[in-house]
Design a protein around this ligand. Structure first.
Ligand SMILES: C[S@@+](CC[C@H](N)C(=O)[O-])C[C@H]1O[C@@H](n2cnc3c(N)ncnc32)[C@H](O)[C@@H]1O
Length: 256
């Protein structure tokens, strides 16, 4: 039976990768690569470094998967994403059939962890459900950008007994204030934190976490918001792309 491994590669540092992931890489015949966007080169460099460091005895066969065009500003966001997943599923399915022998192992090295804002798992599930190509799949966890953020700031993700919300910049921008005691925001191209006005909020912000370019800023949101916006814009211009994540923290009430 063909095997597909969906491996979390960590969020930027080559040593984020787990021993379980390193062992899984030893079984891989073909590595499927789905990088896209302005950060493509840097992501590819980290992936090459991981393979060279942890599978030094052989060159892994790597196949670039073309990404179908996606409507970035659709009227119906969910329908557009579903169509895009469907197109990707068809491309992946053809590659599994044509590029993997009956008993071979293919893998995706997914940025961070495959469970967090990543479509690989959903697409692979979709292919399995269609049943046109028979395969088994396994998920190997990785360090997420959220863990990289909290570790670099040396903070806990939650306050005592309190919940945490994980959301996107787009959703945060659509709500007047953070709903949860602690809100982690990913995929924010527009500094959605700048519209938050509630008293007492703190922000822990990190860009290029885990990499040599890592930038960390933290403090009362009202005091530091502009500095983060300026730092982000300058870093993005310097490097050509940016990946940043942040935690908005409200003062906690008494533990429940
Ligand atoms: C498509 S999501 C993928 C998340 C990934 N699966 C994970 O486990 O972190 C991409 C978003 O993750 C965040 N991110 C990923 N890596 C990061 C890093 N090294 N530094 C800062 N943010 C990062 C950014 O918010 C970025 O927009």
């Amino acid at each position: 039976m063909r095997k597909i491994l969906i491996i979390g590669m960590g969020a930027g540092h080559p040593e984020h990768i787990t021993i379980q992931a390193v062992n899984a890489l030893q079984r891989v015949d073909v590595l499927f690569v789905t990088d896209k966007g302005a950060d493509k080169e840097d992501l590819a460099r980290l992936r090459r470094e991981i393979c060279a460091r942890y599978v030094p005895e052989r060159a892994l066969r790597t196949l670039d998967i073309p990404d179908p065009q996606r409507d970035r500003d659709p009227a119906d966001y969910h329908a557009a994403v579903a169509t895009w997943h469907e197109q990707r599923a068809r491309i992946y399915e053809a590659l599994f059939t044509e590029q993997l022998g009956e008993n071979q192992c293919g893998a995706f090295l997914v940025w961070g962890d495959p469970s967090l804002y990543d479509s690989t798992l959903r697409i692979v599930e979709q292919i399995a459900a269609r049943g046109a190509v028979a395969f088994e799949y396994e998920v190997i966890p990785g360090i997420t950008s959220i863990q990289a953020l909290t570790a670099s700031h040396r903070i806990a993700l939650n306050q005592i007994g309190a919940p945490v919300e994980i959301t996107t910049g787009r959703r945060l921008a659509a709500q007047p204030q953070p709903l949860c005691t602690d809100t982690v925001v990913l995929l924010d191209g527009d500094c959605a934190f700048k519209s938050l006005t509630e008293e007492g909020l703190r922000i822990y912000w990190g860009a290029y976490l885990g990499t040599a370019d890592e930038i960390l800023l933290s403090g009362p949101l009202g005091e530091i918001s502009l500095t983060i916006q300026q730092t982000r814009a300058a870093a993005r211009q310097r490097k050509g792309w940016i990946m940043d994540t942040y935690l908005i923290r409200k003062p906690a009430g008494p533990p429940r």
